[in-house]
Design a protein around this ligand. Structure first.
Ligand code: NAI
Ligand code: MG
Length: 514
């Protein structure tokens, strides 16, 4: 009883910290280093996914607010780019220290905003986001060009790495703090300034993160606006002063952004979707493969991850054992209010995304061969009735051509397939337009290396299935995206431009001595 009360109390105190911040940040954007009202007077409601209640409003910005943010970033760029890189890094280090001190506020608002469970998701995501911020701050000294041996007589030949200018960053809601840092930190440390648009479903935690950064960053280095994609995102993409776009989200939008940025030859980085294979060979260590299927599917983030291993290929010899193990573990996961530290699984971000899962489940259930092995419903618990909850779901018997196995559901739904031939399994694993991540479980080195060679994916793991993190270069192949993030190469390749310089020292004049 006492324990239950303690649980309730932490949930209440977490809730209080989060709602105070939600109230303070409501109706605000960040321009010139300050929380201000937008020019647009329209707003978007922000909903707590755990109970569908309103937690605040954010401005529904349109092009006038975008123009204002770009002007601010433009002004800031002229002096931010001139600050020596390691000085910029030190400013960012100080900002990261402030984030660290206010970690609890970030974790609780992240959880309230997204419906992602605080213990399993919001706490580790906040830690990874701050860690990534520190990492890029520390990489400031790595901004450097190359020096070439003379290939022309008397000529000094070198290249520079310079900031590009104003970067437009557009992020989604599924891991908003980590994804925000993946864009703003390498851009800012490289001397660019940023206009960031938050996702309409989870804007407040990002605003809090950016608000804390303002205590150290010069005004205008990071401007933050909110709004819908077409109304606030597109004006950033097409703005003539924005010289680089970095985006994470759906393939459909990524493709549109690339087309819209093309006329001004603006480089784009795209992190898009996936339909990723998680493959278990007959000799796999089941002690790690079974939890690896659950972690890989990101069930404790309601499957809302681009890396979710939603196509699970299991060798027929161990199929039943694996399924039994996974189903047992799924049934032990506790679903509940995201701010309750006892919850393993929280709620899906929005009614729209819940409906997306319901749509795919309806399709799946129409298939006569389908068998739902776990989940397949909204939870019966009346306490979860108002929130956007859906049980962690595992199915078998769905034809691989079904949209359920081909399209990104971005919900807690995975399909299992039994196989007995490595080559045809690999063919099926690669038979998707996406190529984001892939995992294999085996103790057979030959097969592991064959898999690494043949799999069409940008992020490949063997005998583990960890989430992307700082210093691990990450990005997709095929229709999963363009470019890599989270490591040094992302700062150098995506947020700098280069000049090639040839300086001819000429001949020593005869009338000069020494
Ligand atoms: P989305 O791709 O529509 O939105 C992501 C971001 O792009 C948001 O900030 C949105 O406002 C903005 N946006 C939308 N249309 C835009 C446009 N025309 N120009 C500029 N910005 C625009 O993703 P949404 O609607 O939230 O989710 C739909 C599906 O997308 C999900 O079910 C999932 O399959 C996929 N997705 C993939 C993500 C990933 O991490 N790769 C993240 C979020 C969604
Ligand atoms: Mg959308």
């Amino acid at each position: 009883m006492i324990e239950m009360n303690n649980e309730k109390n932490t949930q209440i105190s977490n809730n209080k910290i989060a709602t105070n911040n939600a109230e303070r940040l409501s109706h605000k954007i960040i321009i010139d280093g300050m929380l201000v009202s937008a020019i647009s007077t329209e707003t978007i409601q922000v909903i707590n996914p755990s109970n569908a209640r309103l937690i605040g409003h954010v401005p529904r910005c349109r092009s006038k607010d975008v123009d204002r943010a770009v002007r601010s970033s433009q002004k800031a760029f002229s002096h931010w780019k001139k600050i020596p890189a390691r000085e910029r890094g030190k400013i960012m280090m100080r900002a990261a220290n402030r984030l660290e001190k206010r970690r609890k506020e970030l974790e609780t608002l992240l959880s309230l905003d997204t419906g992602n469970a605080i213990r399993t998701q919001a706490i580790p995501e906040t830690a990874s986001a701050i860690e990534l911020f520190y990492m890029f701050a520390g990489l400031a000294g790595e901004l450097k060009g190359e020096n070439f041996p003379p290939n022309m007589e008397h000529v000094l030949h070198y290249t520079t790495r310079d900031p590009i200018g104003i970067v437009g960053a557009i992020i989604p809601w599924n891991a908003p703090l980590f994804l925000m840092v993946a864009k703003i930190a390498p851009a800012i440390v490289a001397g660019n300034t940023v206009v960031l648009k938050t996702a309409e479903q989870a804007p407040l935690c990002v605003l809090l993160f950016a608000d804390i950064l303002q205590e150290e960053l010069p005004a205008g280095v990071l401007n933050v606006i909110s709004g819908y994609g077409k109304e606030a995102g597109e004006p950033i993409v097409v703005h003539p002063e924005v010289r680089k776009i970095t985006f994470t989200g759906s393939y459909e939008v990524g493709k549109e952004i690339m087309a819209k940025a093309a006329p001004k030859l603006c480089p784009v980085t795209l992190e898009l979707g996936g339909k990723n294979p998680n493959i278990i060979l007959s000799d796999a260590d089941l002690e790690i493969a079974i939890p690896g299927i659950i972690d890989g599917m990101r069930y404790t983030r309601q499957g809302q991850a681009c890396t979710a291993g939603s196509r699970i290929y299991i060798h027929e010899k161990i199929y039943d054992k694996i399924i039994e193990g996974v189903v047992k573990k799924l049934s032990e996961l506790r679903m509940g209010d995201a701010l309750d530290e006892e919850s393993d699984i929280g709620a899906i971000i929005s009614e729209e995304q819940l409906n997306r899962t319901l749509h795919y489940m309806e399709l799946a259930k129409k298939s006569p061969s389908v068998k739902v092995l776990h989940g397949g419903h909204r939870p019966a618990d009346p306490k979860l009735r108002d929130g956007f909850f859906y049980e962690p779901t595992l199915m078998e018997g769905i034809p691989i051509e079904s949209p359920v196995c081909q399209e990104e559901i971005f919900g807690p739904v995975a399909c299992a397939f039994s196989f007995n031939d490595f080559d045809s399994m690999m063919q099926s694993a690669n038979d998707t337009p996406f190529g984001l991540s892939a995992t294999l479980w085996t103790e057979n080195l030959y097969r592991a290396l064959q898999f690494v060679e043949e799999i069409e994916a940008g992020f490949v793991q063997v005998n583990q299935c960890v989430a992307p993190r700082a210093n691990v270069s990450y990005g997709g192949l095929k229709m999963s995206g363009l470019g890599k993030e989270y490591a040094l190469d992302s700062m150098i390749n995506h947020f700098t431009q280069s000049k090639t310089i040839l300086i001819n020292r000429g001949k020593l004049a005869h009338n000069r001595s020494c």
